[in-house]
Ligand binder design. Structure first.
Ligand code: PEP
Ligand code: MN
Length: 650
């Protein structure tokens, strides 16, 4: 049973509730769950829920139908986001709309070796380093790990490359010595039901990666999470790593269906370890990709620089090149899953250690407190642009609404916001020219990032409405255009265009009419407590909107965008009115092998029949050759504007 307390409850009233519950045979634990302060009442106590509900300071009482309560989605509906690290490494989040990649060797095998593999996996995009210092081996004669020394090496490698670390704890006595060295504890599959270990680790309050036991049911797994949470930590990440079945071809059987099942039952993030699940290197990536497709919040993958010489689990460890390929595949898949592959800033100097990294962190803005960055968008809460911000800057980012697209540029220029998001193009309906043109009106605003967001449109209406009661549809004209096939099936509906999809939803919430529906994102329906009548009504499921992230020229790039080198630039130019002039400009790009991913012409305002060309080009590895291309283009073109360079979104 969960007792949710009022925010302003007095200490005295809180004590009375504790006493009330204890007197009735419950063991109690108070903790913060999201924004709520709750008291979990466990055990075989008996209490009248209605009587409890009217005690002073009680907001509500929830009797859960599951034996696990703190871990249950019935107790907390929104997804938990676990933060690992921070301080001497970037803070890494697991859960929500991101895919978090954990990688490293099965075991720490030596100082140089862990440094080398940490550098490699970091280069491919891993954000947390894994590795066992204490190895729970099935045979007592197998390598047992380097112990505390190994953990020290790992911490040093994590700090050198800007990654928090996760490592397995095998006995409660190790909790104290390990707690300041590791950022996250791993409870191994063999120890999932070692309850004394769970209680001790839970009491430290640090994030825990809880592997599923090879023979554990989902309910047993969640009860183990409950042990950790009831002992004091709220940051538990569940890890499916394969279970024992009659199949012997693979080391275990990856229980893919456990991912959506557990996500339904619990608010905790779920990641997958495909390495221990299949045990055969050639199949690890396929299993990992399928886990992402099934909704996993990330992967933990074993990678070794020389798998054939690994002290343990070499057969299932990926070569670094295989891990690199897996990362690329996941990056390509992420938008389909409506997620973003998480990136974190890297320390500027390899092997420079924690001190330099911490200084760098302080100089620029903070990664773990992204809420300090105010990001501006046009529209209402629940707009796709707001989702774009959450994907790039995190759910806890500070989001500021304005009513017009130029308002975004104004807010950024005046320093009221660190960045803004502007939709410029949709994969079904093409460019949003008005927004493109704003870049010319605001030369001191530059593009610093890009996000391609998958757009899933829903038909949203009042709780009492149904398909037959609907007569009027409200949305942005782009929303109508993107759902043309669906709307064509209902020729009697009257279409009412409004300024944003989210404002269409807000207007229905206000009217409460059963004959009006909106085309917008599911998030907007949730915010206004409305019903989704149909989901996925866009004509083509490959429906993406491209948002550009803008900032003031010369202002520091928001740290949430990571420190990866830009690989794409946007330019605008016009050419002389003579034969071959456009060709001459494009030839400069082609001679230097620069890919042109977009070229579009626009009429120049106030100059009838004269045109500007908007182009997106790839940036080669060598910056000098890019600079020389830009110089040549400037010389050849009539007018030239550099809109910004950024990391391309896949
Ligand atoms: C490991 O992650 O190295 C490990 C031993 O995993 P599991 O507990 O899932 O077997
Ligand atoms: Mn292993």
């Amino acid at each position: 049973m969960i007792v949710v307390l009022q925010k302003n409850i007095t200490t005295h009233n809180k004590e009375l509730i504790h006493i009330y519950l204890k007197d009735r045979g419950f063991s109690v634990r108070e903790q913060n769950l999201g924004d709520d302060i709750i008291i979990g009442a466990f055990g075989k106590g008996v209490a009248d829920i209605r009587e409890l509900g009217i005690l002073p300071g009680v907001e509500r009482v929830t009797a859960t139908s599951k034996p696990y309560e703190l871990a249950s989605r019935e107790t907390k509906n929104e997804n938990t986001i676990v933060t690992v690290g921070g301080g001497s490494t970037p803070a890494v989040k697991i859960g929500g709309s991101r895919i978090t990649m954990i990688a490293g060797p099965c075991a720490v095998e030596g100082k140089e070796k862990i440094m080398e593999i940490a550098a490699m996996i970091r280069e491919s995009g891993a954000v947390i380093l894994r590795g066992g210092a204490f190895k729970p081996r099935s045979s007592p004669y197998s390598f047992q790990g380097l112990g505390m020394k190994g953990l020290e090496y790992m911490k040093a490698a994590g700090e050198a490359y800007g990654m928090p670390i996760v490592t397995e704890i095998v006995s409660p006595e190790l909790a104290e010595p390990m707690k300041d060295l590791t950022d996250m504890f791993q409870i191994g599959a063999r120890n999932m039901q070692n309850f004394e270990l769970l209680k001790k680790v839970g009491s430290l309050g640090k994030p825990v990666l809880l592997k599923r036991g090879p023979s554990a049911t989902i309910e047993e797994w969640l009860l183990s999470a409950e042990y950790l949470m009831a002992s004091g930590t709220k940051d538990v990440v569940l890890c499916e790593r394969g279970i024992r079945t009659f199949e012997t071809y693979t080391r275990n059987t990856l229980d893919i269906s456990a991912i959506p099942v557990v996500k339904g039952l619990s608010h905790l993030p779920v990641i997958v370890d495909p390495s221990h699940a299949v045990g055969i290197r050639a199949m690890v990536s396929a299993a990992g990709l399928s886990a992402i497709a099934a909704g996993a919040d990330g992967l933990a993958v074993e990678v070794h620089q020389k798998p054939d010489e690994a002290f343990s689990d070499g057969a299932q460890s990926l070569f670094p090149e295989q891990f690199e390929k897996l990362m690329r595949d996941i990056e390509a898949m992420a938008p389909v899953m409506e997620k973003e592959l998480l990136r974190t800033p890297k320390p500027h100097f390899a092997f420079s250690g924690s001190a330099v990294f911490a200084q760098e962190q302080n100089k620029t803005s903070k990664t773990d407190e992204q809420s300090e960055e105010q990001i501006v968008f046009c529209g209402e809460a629940g707009a796709y642009a707001e989702q774009a911000i959450m994907r790039v800057f995190g759910e806890d980012s500070k989001r500021v609404k304005v009513d017009t697209f130029p308002g975004i540029f104004d807010a950024v220029l005046e320093g009221k916001a660190q960045a803004g998001v502007v939709p410029v193009e949709n994969s079904l309906t093409g460019s949003i020219h008005e927004n493109y043109d704003l870049f010319l009106r605001y030369p001191d605003v530059v593009i610093v990032g890009e996000l391609k967001l998958r757009i899933v449109h829903c038909l949203i209406a009042d709780e009492r409405a149904d398909m037959d009661s609907i007569k009027i549809i409200r949305s942005h004209p782009q929303g109508f255009a993107q759902c043309k096939d669906f709307l064509d099936k209902h020729p009697d509906w009257i279409l009412e265009p409004v300024t944003t999809t989210a404002s269409a939803v807000a207007s229905i919430a206000k009217d409460g009419a059963v004959k009006v529906a909106a085309i917008a994102a599911e998030a907007a329906a949730k915010i206004h407590g409305l019903k989704v009548l149909r989901e996925g009504i866009e004509t083509n499921p490959l429906n993406y909107t491209r948002f550009l992230i803008i900032a003031r020229r010369l202002a520091p790039v928001p740290s949430s965008l990571g420190s990866a080198k830009p690989n794409k630039a946007s330019i605008v130019f016009s050419v002389q009115d003579e034969p071959g002039s456009l060709f001459a400009c494009l030839k400069i790009l082609s001679d230097k092998g620069l890919n042109l991913s977009k070229l579009e012409s626009r009429p120049i305002t106030g100059k009838p029949w004269e045109y500007l060309f908007y182009a997106d080009v790839s940036i080669p590895d060598s910056e000098e050759s890019f600079d020389s291309v830009i110089e040549e283009l400037k010389a050849k073109a009539k007018d030239f504007h550099f809109l910004g360079s950024y990391r391309a979104s896949l």
